[in-house]
Every structure is written in structure tokens, then in C-alpha cells.
Ligand binder design. Structure first.
Ligand SMILES: [Zn+2]
Length: 347
């Protein structure tokens, strides 16, 4: 039995073959004083080769990654995996069960809870289990996200600049191998507590991405994520190239780069209103171009308000629902970057 704080797991993570068990969270409140919250954990280990950890359900209302991790456990056998593959499809199971972004037990956002802590609630306990017991067993970590209930993302890899040219180049190669249509470039520093930082601190190669969103499952995003995961696992030697092909991976299509850092801008609402979008995810827009019309909910005499693009670029993120309140972002626009510009960006 391995433990971290209130989390325990009886599965032997180093045993050869294909096995699965549960990560068990012990949480005592009015509803759960005589129960346990279980999240499945799968291990496929064919030998001593490179190992990877794949996680979904970091946020509970993001589904493509949860499906991909479960599908990998179904379709791969130890003979396909010369090293090891650890699959945790429902990282924050309390949030998954509630179909919400964060845990209803402690309002914990899993991606702000790493590297975890003891005595700090269930979400940090689960994060600590991953950091203490799963990351040390993986050379590569893949964390699969989607836009969640409120937002749709273009299918994109995250390239977080670190300031270290060698690390940035390695991460860029991971994104190009995964082969999503877009790779968004973000600065370091505003991602405290995320799984990515903990994986980097553990010395792992780390890849994360956004696949669709809106609290739904997009067939296209699921397929793009599936093929990307297979390509990345094959490139790192976790599965064979012929296994990736057998399971449907084609050649990586080229990825385009966009700035989701200082050069990007949100379109933010400051009224309670109904929003009529004038553009769609992935559209290219000019600076000042009207992107949405806001209409008052109650007063038919109030003139509609146009919201304009703060910068020229591509619609990278779009709000799902039309009912908005002050402070809600409707869109995020980021300029496309050419490959040479990405090379020159400071970390
Ligand atoms: Zn997420």
C-alpha cells in the first residue's frame, strides 16, 4: 500500500503486465463519513524502457482526456509497451463526479494544487499522491485538458517558455510531434501550482494541451488528441511506431503558433447582457473589428453595444454561453507567430 496524506493505493505500480486498481481518497463529511472516493489507475508495463504518465480529469468537466486515457488502457497490451504507461483518467474524481471544474469537497482547483501538501484538504492530497508516487516513475507526463463548461478552445498545445533555450526547444519538439492545429505560446510565471510545474521540477518531459471544450465531447478534438498522444508516446519510445500506426496515428500535421501571452487580449464584458457573437473560434480578425453585440436583458430601448477586437489575430478561446455578466471574457484573441518569432521570444 502506498500513501500520501488521506490518499492510498494498493496497486503495485512496478509490477510487470497490465493491471489496474484504485486511488482511494478518504474524506469524512456529512455525506461520506462511511465511504471512500475511488479513482481508477491503470498500469501497463512491458519492460524497463521509457515510461509515461497520462492524466485526464484534472478539471472535472473536461472529457476528451478522460476518454483518451481510458481508451489507451483498453487498447494497449504489455507487448505494445517496452517500458511503462501509467494512466489516471480521473485525476480529480470528486470534480469529475460533480461534472464541475473544481472539487466540491474543498473548492480545490487541481491545477493550482501541485505539488500537493499534507493536511491541506483532499485536492492537495490527490496532487501530492501524483507528485510523490506517479511522477517519479515517468520520464514523460501528458496532461490532457479541454475548455471546460464555460469556454471552447481551439485544439492547441501549450508551449510555456522557461527562459532556458534547451528546455524550450525540447518542449517545442513535443508540441510539433503531437501535431495539433495550433500551439499557443505563454510566458512563465502565472501558472503556480499546476501539474506542469511539478512535472518539470521532477525532471519529466511535460506536455499539456486543450482539446475543445464547452463541457461536451468533440469528435474532432478527441481524434486530434488521440493521434497526438500516440505520436508522442511513439516518439519517446513508450510504444512502438507500428503500434501507434495500428491504433490510428498518422503523420503529424504542421502546427501553427499563436501568442497567448503579452501580445494577446481578452474581450471582456462589463454589463449583464445577452451576447451575440459575430465571429467563431479560429476566425482571423483585425484590430477594432466588432466581435460581439451586447443587448440589455430588460430594456428594449437601450442601444446595443459592440465589442471590438483589442488586437489583430486569431480567436483562440470563445465563451460558450450567451448570458454574460460584468467581468466575463467573451473571446481571447492572439496574434499568429511565425516559427522564427517563437525562437526569439524571451522566456
Ligand atoms: Zn483544464
Amino acid at each position: 500500500m502506498i500513501r500520501y496524506d488521506t490518499v492510498a493505493c494498493a496497486l503495485d505500480l512496478d509490477a510487470p503486465g497490465k493491471s489496474w486498481g484504485w486511488v482511494e481518497l478518504d474524506h469524512s463529511d456529512n455525506d461520506r463519513d462511511y465511504s471512500v472516493i475511488r479513482s481508477p489507475l491503470g498500469v501497463i508495463r512491458g519492460g524497463a524502457g521509457p515510461a509515461a504518465l497520462i492524466t485526464g480529469g484534472n478539471h472535472g468537466d473536461e472529457y476528451e482526456g478522460q476518454i483518451i486515457a481510458r481508451r489507451l488502457f483498453e487498447m494497449l497490451e504489455p507487448a505494445d509497451v517496452p517500458g511503462g504507461l501509467i494512466l489516471m483518467p480521473a485525476l480529480n474524481m470528486p470534480a469529475v463526479l460533480a461534472a464541475r471544474r473544481v472539487s466540491p469537497l474543498d473548492q480545490g482547483n487541481m491545477n493550482r494544487s501541485f505539488p500537493g501538501a499534507t493536511g491541506a484538504g483532499p485536492t492537495r492530497a490527490l496532487a501530492g499522491f501524483v507528485t510523490a508516487h506517479l511522477m517519479p516513475r515517468a520520464g514523460l507526463v501528458i496532461d490532457l485538458h479541454s475548455g471546460g463548461t464555460n469556454a471552447d478552445y481551439i485544439d492547441c498545445a501549450y508551449l510555456t517558455l522557461t527562459g532556458d533555450a534547451q528546455t524550450d526547444r525540447r518542449n517545442r519538439t513535443l508540441a510539433e510531434t503531437f501535431g495539433l492545429p495550433w500551439t499557443v505560446v505563454v510566458p512563465p510565471g502565472n501558472t503556480g501550482g499546476d501539474l506542469d510545474s511539478a512535472a518539470h521540477a521532477a525532471g519529466c518531459a511535460m506536455f499539456s494541451c486543450e482539446l475543445g471544450g464547452g463541457g461536451r465531447v468533440s469528435r474532432a478534438s478527441l481524434e486530434a488528441g488521440w493521434q497526438g498522444v500516440l505520436r508522442l508516446l511513439a516518439a519517446q519510445g513508450v510504444i512502438g511506431a507500428e503500434v501507434a500506426r495500428r491504433l490510428g496515428a498518422g503523420t503529424a500535421p504542421p502546427t501553427r503558433f499563436a501568442d497567448l501571452g503579452a501580445g494577446s487580449g481578452h474581450v471582456t464584458v462589463m454589463r449583464q447582457a445577452l451576447a451575440e457573437p459575430l465571429v467563431a473560434l479560429g476566425d482571423r480578425v483585425a484590430e477594432g473589428q466588432p466581435l460581439a453585440i451586447l443587448r440589455d436583458l430588460f430594456d428594449l430601448d437601450l442601444p446595443p453595444q459592440e465589442l471590438a477586437a483589442p488586437v489583430a489575430g486569431v480567436i483562440l478561446v470563445a465563451r460558450r454561453n450567451a448570458l454574460v455578466r460584468p467581468g466575463d471574457h467573451l473571446f481571447t484573441v492572439g496574434p499568429e507567430l511565425d516559427a522564427a518569432a517563437v525562437e526569439r521570444m524571451p522566456g
